[in-house]
Design a protein around this ligand. Structure first.
Ligand SMILES: C[S@@+](CC[C@H](N)C(=O)[O-])C[C@H]1O[C@@H](n2cnc3c(N)ncnc32)[C@H](O)[C@@H]1O
Length: 205
């Protein structure tokens, strides 16, 4: 019984990793890594969010949902979550898992580019997001695309809303500070590869 219990999550992780590597080989620039994020990184990201009231949240590049789980688990039932992912196979997986979520929160999976975040919000009459969470590999995507995504993220956040982005280096800190102002950094060592979580908050004015 104990062995079965132990084998369950290990087998699940290996299957998930195998699927992830297959997808990464097909989309190397979009995924940029052969490992999905760890639960430690996912928790650090979720810890940056105030879940005490309903929130409008968008996640850019959710992949197979490594960061999504703790957000969905902690989200207020009246929250809205948009999952915007460019790889279709990930979208299918996310739709199956989350679109009929038991807690009944509004979770929508969109097979579109993160650069369309402003249009996506306008189509849904969302006036300002509270949080944008992102696992996009800003350093491997084309520079103009990364810049466009940071700009549209800033535009779609409400005043006081936060952009939470992880990266494996501090290389993109300055680009984000050029748009948002000072970025707060959190280090997560228990991840392959060790990561930095950037938190940038839009001015209240
Ligand atoms: C480094 S992976 C992170 C996946 C997941 N969030 C995690 O932490 O394990 C980057 C993800 O961003 C997605 N992606 C890349 N470019 C994108 C774009 N322009 N719009 C939306 N998603 C994109 C990739 O398909 C991939 O799922």
């Amino acid at each position: 019984m104990t062995c079965q219990k132990r084998a369950g999550p290990v087998k699940y992780y290996i299957m998930r990793l195998f699927k992830w590597i297959k997808t990464a080989l097909k989309n190397p620039r979009e995924l940029s890594t052969i490992f999905p994020s760890s639960r430690f990184l996912a928790r650090t990201i979720a810890d940056q969010i105030d879940f005490s009231e309903p929130r409008d949240i968008a996640e850019l590049g959710p992949g197979d949902g490594a960061l999504t789980g703790p957000i969905v688990d902690r989200m207020h039932p009246d929250s809205n979550l948009l999952l915007i992912e460019i790889v279709e196979s990930f979208c299918k997986e996310l739709s199956e898992r989350y679109e009929k979520h038991e807690k009944g929160q509004a979770i929508e999976v969109l097979n579109r580019s993160a650069a369309e975040l402003d249009e996506i919000c306008a189509e849904r009459d969302i006036e300002g997001l509270d949080y944008v969470v992102s696992g996009l590999p800003l350093t491997t995507l084309p520079d103009d695309l990364s810049e466009e995504i940071i700009a549209t993220t800033y535009e779609t956040l409400r005043a006081g809303g936060s952009y939470i982005q992880f990266q494996y280096s501090q290389d993109y800190k300055e680009n984000i500070e050029n748009v948002f102002g000072p970025v707060e950094l959190h280090r997560v060592l228990l991840n392959i590869f060790p990561a930095w979580v950037y938190v940038a908050t839009k001015d209240q004015t």
